[in-house]
Structures are given as structure tokens and as C-alpha cells.
Design a protein around this ligand. Structure first.
Ligand SMILES: Cc1cc2nc3c(=O)[nH]c(=O)nc-3n(C[C@H](O)[C@H](O)[C@H](O)COP(=O)(O)OP(=O)(O)OC[C@H]3O[C@@H](n4cnc5c(N)ncnc54)[C@H](O)[C@@H]3O)c2cc1C
Length: 370
């Protein structure tokens, strides 16, 4: 049966869930207290990098990240088609650089298990490395080259998702200020501060770093916390960096619009999204070390966003037990852009009561207790 579904939150996760649910024939309403894409999603560097972001091993999180990367080619086409808008999607591959032997050993260890999960990665050293990335510092000893990783221009991707939703018939309400969930067990009733009431059969909670506010409403612990990411961009003439370049203290990614994006700090600053000189200076130090041509350059743009991190580092994706009326999709921390297609599929399957057993335990929204 096709349902009417309310999505709380208009970031990349909420808009992706809305897009997928509307595509499946449901009637979706998105409620956003601010502006769609105005928080973490609009601030992201847009890297789709499951291998570089997961260094420990092939756990459920890595599996979901990988699944999402593989969904991207078709997913981004669908978003472009449905929105009539375009956005950058570049299969640049990545280089994870090492300055010392010890760092290289860690990369070799990672390659051992990632090779079994679709990576055609290789360790590249010496001249071969500098042919791939000519402007890289000659102090770099080696790099793990992973050709499968790509990136999108996040602000344009999110804008296209929003437009796709609107054109497909999703109703989007923005600037709602504050929302109160009045009822969620028998039906969904949500009230805004201007006394408007929104109703539906089911609810998908996609409120990012703000999800913890709903603990009392649902009677469960929702340990989601904001981690500020400060990030900056240089203006560049032609693409001086060809891959996404990762190191232990940062990353650089060149975009089609002649910018070189460099991120990102990880600070605990509550819900403060201001940018500090200290935060950006630390990034610049790392950039110059990796790419000496940046020595005399100053970033022309600096910004920050709040990543929704969780107590155990895993997102909360799934239905509340005993009811598929409320589904959570929050806590994507550093990988919400990457995870948007797979999260949308998983959340939509939960709404439709389909089997999502592979991820139920790892991502259960109730795993932190009552
Ligand atoms: C600097 C930086 C760089 C990043 N780089 C990458 C990257 O390269 N690749 C990647 O995959 N990820 C990256 N991320 C992470 C990614 O941006 C996040 O994981 C993702 O945006 C989370 O999406 P979201 O929709 O859950 O959250 P958000 O985009 O924060 O959206 C949540 C929305 O919910 C709204 N909201 C809050 N409370 C309520 C409520 N009660 N009712 C209704 N609406 C509400 C908010 O206003 C907000 O618009 C980066 C993040 C930062 C900060």
C-alpha cells in the first residue's frame, strides 16, 4: 500500500530518502526547520571514498559505504534526469600519501583486505607516483592509489536532489523554526511554532546533528553529537591536483569550478559553525607540506559544518522495534554524501517493511538503550 510519509530534515539524507520514497510511489512531505542543504550537507567536500575513509576492516559500515559507492553511477544519473540540473561527479581516484616507512606499512595492511572488496588499489612509489601527481611534495615516500573512488560537488548535488524532489511532487516546507512531534504511535502528527499541523502515516527522522533532541519523544537514547568541520578552498587556474589526496591530517580535492578544496578539522564546538584562524592555519600547514606550490597561497573561501557523529561511530538507520511507523536515518558523521543512496534504499525498505536484516543490528536506532 502506498503511504503518506513525513521526512524530518532537508539535508542530503532527508532529501535522498524523500527522492527514493516518492520514486517508489509514496506521497512524501519534507519538513525543514531551516533551509534545505543549509547545514552539513552543503558544507561537505563531496568525496565518495569508502576505502580511504575506512581503515580498520570490512565491518557493516564499510559494507554500506561500498554499496553506496556502487549505487552512485546510476543514482546520480537519476537525480540529474529528475531535476533537469547537472552537478560534478568525477571519477578521479584517490591517493593516500605516506611520508614514513611506518605509514607505508599501515597502507600495505589496508590494501591486503581492501583488495578482497573490489579495490584495485596499488602502492605507488618514486617516479611513478610523481607522474600521477606531478605537484606532490618530493618528501612523500609512497601512496596508496585507489582508482575506484570519486567525488561530487556537494552543494550542487544537494540542490539537484531538492529540485528533483519538488518536480516529482514532494511537498517541501522550509523555515519551520521549531517542530513538535505531537503523536507518532497511531499516526504521525507534527506541529510547527506557527500552529500548522502536518500529518502522515509514517515518519523518517533525518535531522542530522540535532537528532538527540528527540530522545524524550521516542523514549530512547540518541547519542548523536555535532563535530565541527572547518574547511577552505583555494582558487586555482588549472587542475593542479588530479586525485583526491588524503593524508593523516587532511585531504585535498580539486573541483571542476577551479577550486581546490582542503579539509577538514574535527572540533567539538557545540552547534557553533564559525571558522577560526587556528583551524584553517592547521589545514594550510598540512597542505603546504603535501603540495609546496600552496606555500604562498591563501584560501579565498573558508566555511564550517556540523557532522552528525554518534557514540559508536555508526549511523542510526532502521525502524523502531515493533513499528515501521518511525524510521531513523541519522548519524552519518564523515560520510553522509557517500552514504546518501544506500541510506535512501535502506530507509525506504524499512518503511515498506522489507527485510533489511544485513544491517539491522549494527545500525539499530535502539542499540544505545532506553
Ligand atoms: C566540512 C565537512 C566536510 C565533509 N565532507 C564529506 C565528504 O567529503 N564526503 C561525505 O560523504 N561526507 C562529508 N561530510 C559529512 C556529510 O556532510 C554529512 O554526513 C551529511 O551532510 C549529513 O547529512 P544529514 O542530512 O544527516 O545532515 P544535515 O545536512 O545537517 O541535515 C540535517 C537537516 O535537518 C534539519 N533539522 C534539524 N532538526 C530538525 C527538526 N527537528 N525538524 C526538521 N528539520 C530539522 C537541519 O536544519 C538540517 O537542514 C562532511 C561534513 C563536513 C562538515
Amino acid at each position: 500500500m502506498k503511504e503518506s510519509i513525513v521526512v524530518m530534515g532537508g539535508g542530503v539524507v532527508g532529501l535522498s530518502c524523500a527522492f527514493e520514497l516518492q520514486r517508489r510511489g509514496h506521497q512524501v512531505t519534507v519538513l525543514e526547520i531551516n533551509r534545505c542543504g543549509g547545514q552539513a550537507s552543503g558544507a561537505a567536500a563531496g568525496m565518495l571514498a569508502p576505502y580511504s575513509e575506512n581503515v580498520e576492516g570490512p565491518d557493516a559500515f564499510f559494507q554500506l559505504c561500498l554499496e553506496s559507492l556502487r549505487l552512485y553511477p546510476e543514482w546520480q544519473q537519476n537525480v540529474k534526469q529528475a531535476s533537469g540540473q547537472t552537478f560534478e561527479y568525477t571519477n578521479s581516484g584517490s591517493l593516500y600519501i605516506a611520508y614514513h616507512e611506518a605509514d607505508l606499512l599501515a597502507l600495505e595492511g589496508r590494501l591486503l583486505w581492501q583488495g578482497q572488496y573490489g579495490s584495485s588499489g596499488k602502492i605507488i612509489e618514486g617516479d611513478a607516483l610523481f607522474r600521477l601527481e606531478p605537484n606532490l611534495s618530493r618528501n612523500v615516500r609512497a601512496a596508496l592509489h585507489t582508482p575506484e573512488e570519486s567525488h561530487v560537488y556537494a552543494p550542487h548535488y544537494v540542490r539537484a536532489l531538492e529540485q528533483a524532489c519538488r518536480l516529482m511532487g514532494v511537498t517541501i516546507h522550509e523555515n519551520l523554526d521549531k517542530l513538535t512531534i505531537v503523536e507518532w504511535q497511531r499516526e504521525i502528527l507534527i506541529q510547527s511554532t506557527d500552529q500548522r499541523m502536518f500529518s502522515g502515516d509514517q515518519l523518517v527522522v533525518c535531522s542530522g546533528a540535532w537528532a538527540q533532541e528527540l530522545s524524550d519523544t521516542f523514549g530512547i537514547r540518541i547519542p548523536v553529537y555535532p563535530i565541527r568541520g572547518q574547511i577552505c578552498a583555494y582558487e586555482v587556474d588549472e587542475k593542479p591536483v588530479h586525485h583526491m589526496v588524503f593524508g593523516n591530517q587532511g585531504y585535498l580535492v580539486a573541483k571542476e569550478n577551479s577550486t581546490l578544496v582542503c579539509g577538514a578539522s574535527e572540533d567539538v564546538a557545540g552547534f557553533d559553525t564559525s571558522v577560526t584562524d587556528k583551524g584553517i592555519e592547521r589545514l594550510r600547514k598540512w597542505n603546504k607540506q603535501a603540495f609546496p606550490f600552496l606555500e604562498d597561497r591563501t584560501p579565498f573561501h573558508r566555511w564550517a559544518g556540523l557532522r552528525p557523529s554518534t557514540q559508536d561511530g555508526l549511523p542510526l538507520i532502521g525502524a523502531l522495534s515493533g513499528s515501521s511507523r518511525v524510521v531513523f536515518a541519522v548519524g552519518h558523521y564523515r560520510n553522509g554524501i557517500l552514504l546518501s543512496p544506500a541510506t535512501a534504499m535502506l530507509a525506504a525498505d524499512c518503511i515498506e517493511g522489507k527485510n533489511t536484516a544485513a544491517y539491522n543490528q549494527a545500525f539499530s536506532p535502539e542499540r544505545f538503550g532506553r
